[in-house]
Every structure is written in structure tokens, then in C-alpha cells.
Design a protein around this ligand. Structure first.
Ligand code: ASP
Ligand code: MG
Length: 438
């Protein structure tokens, strides 16, 4: 059985939705995981923010605007009056539901219940499209089997047990449709796997049933060797290992949610990135095979802050770094890059939420400097320490760029460099020229 996950742009318009039908019907048996229509999750968050702010009228009008957008979708998606009518009833049930929250006490839980409408709508609309076409399929509610634990991590055991039970109940269907992204939390409330989490759903359920392949369908041919938004002449990478894919996804390649690599890697299930707009293209295949190449790809991650801690007490001391990291741990803030000298440590984080408190606590240990608007450039390639001569090409390329931190030696697959975000586009282009076009 295969998993095929389609992202927001792949189901973003009635035509796009129709165009994925032949892709899934060619399969023997498949679980189709859908995101919300592109833009919907953002709009639902926008409505929630207006409700928080007590802006009742604006919340109502934004909700109604979204309702009419979906009315248009329904009118273009179905050809029969009966399905159009059913589609409009479906839409009304969801937008009336959202309307119920407006002008009342509002919490994060309510917001999550609202945001879940996106995937509930896309999957129900798509299921009805298949019904109208007479194609057998079943819609399995993700809320019956997707679950996170008290720490917000997916409960793999629960997911596997419950998904397999649900699947067994519809074993004569070849097409199973379910929602990406949404889940229940440890208390049974509606929750989600965070932004972009539909890929994670696909990987988790793929691992749960030992799928033959997990396909992630987007609107680009696969991983590119550089960021196509900022660099021209980028090329598609045809094969890449789980480790390399994880680095690329984590350090900025928007095509794949970084957490989604793990479940597939653990069960050794190939992941294929495919393009709905160009389905003939083979895409990128991610497997456990590693074949080293000097340079495979470059990616950049923005929104990084760097914290520099300097202390004379660190001189010949042990336990200092532990104290520093304990502070980040206390605020549940993961760190990305770390460099140390005898008396100072530099650490980068991508989540500034608790940075002020972290800074105050760190001052107990030494002087602290914080700088925002930084980017991490990650070069994926052959960085095994036995190899010589790779770094000079990178540093030659970046000769004119201020390098703030360098992380080399931690991974066989990558080297990361911290720079000012304002230099990012130039750095990506220089690396493209020096590493891939010489
Ligand atoms: N719809 C959700 C989002 O926009 C989940 C996803 O598309 O992966 O973040
Ligand atoms: Mg995505």
C-alpha cells in the first residue's frame, strides 16, 4: 500500500483537485492524505486572531468571505445539482461552526478546532468528487487515529494500533482518504502537528502500516540543489539519503516538513517527492542509500537569532556548557548551531519566543549578546573528515560575505554557516556559481 500526500496547492483549486484523480486511481491501493486548500489555514488563523482581539465584525466578514470562496469551489468542482447542494451544506456546517465561536470566550483549543476545518473541508470535498465520479473510496477521520502525547509528540503506538484497526474495517476499498495535519492531543481535544504537518501525517501513517512508498506531492519537481526562489538555474536532485534530506528540510528547503523524515527512516520506507503539475517527472527519491558527492545542495533557513555568552569563569571550567544548555532546556527552546571557544559560546535558535527570559537567565553566567535577523546556510555534500579540500571551495565562494559562525565536523553530510539575512540571496547565488556551475 502506498501513501500519497497532496499539499495545499495540489488541491488549491477545483481544477487541481480534479487533476489528482487520475493519479490516485492508477494505484492498486492507496491512502490519500490531503492538506487544506492553499491559503485556508492562514485564513482560519486570521479569523481566530480577530476573535481573540474581540473584532467581531471583522471576524464575521472574514468568515463569510471564506464561505463564499468555498461556494465558488463547490460550484466549479461538481457537475450535478445534487452534489453541489451537498457541497454547500457541508460548507455551511463548517462555517456556521466557526461562526459559533465569534464574540465568545476564546482559547487556543478553540483556535485549533477552527484551524482543523481546513483539512476537514478539503478531504470531504474531494471524497464527494470521487463519489460523484462513481469511484469507490472511503473517508477515514484522522481524529480517530492521529494523536500526540503530553509533550506534543506523535504517539506512534496509538497511531499504528488505531489506524490499522480503522483500515481493517474497510479492507475492500482501494482508496482511503484522510486529513493531514490534524490530530487529537493527550486529552482527546482537537489539535494539530504544527504548520506544514501534513507531510508528517503521511510519514507517520506510512510507518504505521509499513507502506511500500510515501509520496509527497507538491508543485515543484522535488528537492532542488539550491533555493529556486532566489537562485536561477537550480537543478532537481534525483536521489538523496534520509540523512541528507533531513538536513535540507530542517535547514530551509520548504518542500518537506523536517520531522517527516524520521518515521520513514525508522521503517526504511522510501519517500518520493513528486510534482502534481508535472506528474511524469520522476521527482526526488529519498532512501537509506548514501552515495557521497562533493556537493549536493544548498539551503538557507531564516529567522535565526544568535546568542553569544562570554565568561571568564569558563576558563578551564567544566559544567559551564551544561548550565548554558539547561537554560535553553528550561524554556523548551531547541538550539541549532553551537560554536565554542575557551571562554565563550555562541548558540543559534529559530524560536525567539522565550529569548528575553533566556537572556536574563544567561546573564547569571556571563555577558550576553543577542543578534537577530540571521540566516543559516547549510551545504549538503561530502563532509566526512577524511576528505580533504572541500571547505576551501565554500569559503572561496563566500569570500565577500561576513561569516558569523561555522559548524563543521558534526555531520558527515553537511556544513553550516551563519550569516546576516541581508546577505543570504547573494550567498546562495555565489555558492551556486562556485559549487554547481564551474
Ligand atoms: N494546512 C496545514 C498548513 O498549512 C498543514 C499542511 O498543509 O501541511 O500548515
Ligand atoms: Mg507543506
Amino acid at each position: 500500500m502506498k501513501i500519497m500526500k497532496f499539499g495545499g496547492t495540489s488541491v488549491g483549486t477545483p481544477d487541481r483537485m480534479k487533476s489528482i484523480v487520475p493519479l490516485i486511481t492508477g494505484e492498486e491501493s492507496v491512502v490519500v492524505v490531503l492538506s487544506a486548500l492553499s491559503g485556508t489555514t492562514n485564513s482560519l488563523i486570521g479569523i481566530s486572531e480577530l476573535i481573540y482581539a474581540g473584532k467581531t465584525e471583522e471576524a464575521v466578514s472574514k468568515n463569510e468571505a471564506l464561505r463564499s470562496l468555498y461556494r465558488q469551489v463547490v460550484s466549479d468542482l461538481y457537475s450535478t445539482e445534487a452534489f453541489k447542494k451537498e457541497g454547500n451544506e457541508l460548507i455551511d456546517s463548517h462555517f456556521d461552526y466557526i461562526g459559533e465561536f465569534i464574540a465568545k470566550a476564546f482559547t487556543k483549543l478553540h483556535e485549533k478546532a477552527i484551524v482543523a476545518r481546513g483539512e476537514l473541508l478539503s478531504t470531504a470535498l474531494f471524497h464527494n468528487l470521487l463519489r460523484e465520479k462513481g469511484i469507490g473510496s472511503v473517508l477515514l477521520p484522522a481524529l480517530n487515529f492521529m494523536r500526540i502525547d503530553k509533550d506534543g509528540e506523535p504517539d506512534a503506538f496509538y497511531i499504528a494500533e488505531n489506524f490499522k484497526r480503522e483500515l481493517a474495517a474497510c479492507s475492500d476499498e482501494n482508496i482511503i482518504i484522510t486529513q493531514g495535519f490534524i490530530c487529537r492531543n493527550a486529552y482527546g481535544e482537537i489539535d494539530n502537528l504544527k504548520r506544514g504537518g501534513s507531510d508528517f501525517t503521511a510519514s507517520l501513517i506510512g510507518a504505521a502500516i509499513n507502506a511500500s512508498e510515501i509520496q509527497i506531492w507538491t508543485d515543484i519537481n522535488g528537492f532542488h540543489n539550491n533555493d529556486p526562489r532566489f537562485v536561477q538555474n537550480t537543478k532537481v536532485i534525483r536521489e538523496i539519503s534520509f540523512d541528507e534530506a533531513a538536513e535540507l528540510a530542517y535547514f530551509g528547503a520548504k518542500i518537506l516538513h523536517p520531522s517527516s523524515v524520521n518515521p520513514a527512516r525508522e521503517k526504511n520506507i522510501p519517500v518520493r517527492l513528486k510534482n502534481t503539475l508535472n506528474p511524469q517527472d520522476e521527482g526526488t527519491l529519498i532512501t537509506s542509500n548514501t552515495f557521497f558527492e562533493d556537493y549536493k545542495a544548498v539551503a538557507a533557513k531564516d529567522g535565526i537569532s544568535v546568542i553569544r555568552i562570554k565568561s571568564d569563569r569558563m576558563l578551564m571550567a567544566y559544567g559551564f556548557i551544561r548550565k548554558v544548555f539547561e537554560i535553553f532546556e528550561a524554556y523548551k527552546t531547541p538550539v541549532d548551531m553551537v560554536t565554542t571557544s575557551e571562554v565563550s559560546v555562541s548558540i543559534t535558535v529559530d524560536n525567539p519566543q522565550y529569548l528575553k527570559q533566556i537572556e536574563i537567565d544567561l546573564r547569571e553566567l556571563g555577558s550576553v549578546e543577542v543578534e537577530h535577523d540571521q540566516s543559516i546556510i547549510c551545504v549538503v555534500g561530502d563532509f566526512r573528515t577524511e576528505r580533504t579540500g572541500s571547505a576551501p571551495e565554500i569559503f572561496e565562494a563566500l569570500d565577500t560575505i561576513q561569516l558569523k559562525m561555522i559548524s563543521y565536523g558534526a555531520s558527515d553530510h553537511s556544513l553550516s554557516i551563519l550569516i546576516d539575512s541581508k546577505d543570504k540571496v547573494q550567498a546562495l547565488n555565489l555558492l551556486n556559481q562556485y559549487l554547481f556551475n564551474r
